[in-house]
Design a protein around this ligand. Sequence first.
Ligand code: ADP
Ligand code: MG
Ligand code: MG
Length: 211
Amino acid sequence: KTAMDTALFTAWIEETARTVAAERERLTGLDAAIGDADHGANLDRGLTAVTTALAAGEPGTPGALLVLVGNTLIRKVGGASGPLYGTAFREAGKTLGDTPEVSVARLHAALEAGLAGVRKLGSAAEGDKTMVDALAPAVRALEQAVRDGKDPAEAIGAAASAARTGSEATIPMQARKGRASYLGPRSVGHEDPGAASTALILSALHTVTAR
Ligand code: ADP
Ligand code: MG
Ligand code: MG
């Protein structure tokens, strides 16, 4: 079974950077429909900076790594998603503390703290058509996986799948937070870009955990 150690978390972030670069145009296309067409570019810029920071020296623990990711995203991503994702990664990293190996239960606690950080900063609830609509169901799926005693790959597979389903469920929603809310009813019928990128981030974690 895969150990969720610093190497695994580093692989996650590298896989996330690769996936976001590959899906940059799709994310930006989603944002073109209900926002300002920069979500893919915003995240790609932030994650490229993260990759550069990691090349200069990897942090020694999963927690320190996630804090570095969060700080870098806050510094480099101009849009709303920068501070929100930055806070999510920072809070998740702080929750992991200096543990060298992360259990599914610790991962759940970390993502739960990340979600709480996003909610506090952006005050979005589920149903507002934001990244919360992907992240919240993913956190619940992880919680269930902990109760069921699932191994990391299975647990994270369930979380990634819940995030994807949650993101697709934003299509019929009317946005109540962020730029898309300016469109009112015209925001209906499009997938939320931030929910879509949250699904990608969790899918990247599943990819590296299932290797
Ligand atoms: P901007 O809207 O500033 O251009 P991005 O395009 O990078 O920033 O990110 C947009 C995404 O950020 C949205 O699709 C949504 O998921 C997320 N978002 C925006 N505002 C909020 C909020 N208040 N709470 C949670 N997520 C939000
Ligand atoms: Mg945007
Ligand atoms: Mg913008």
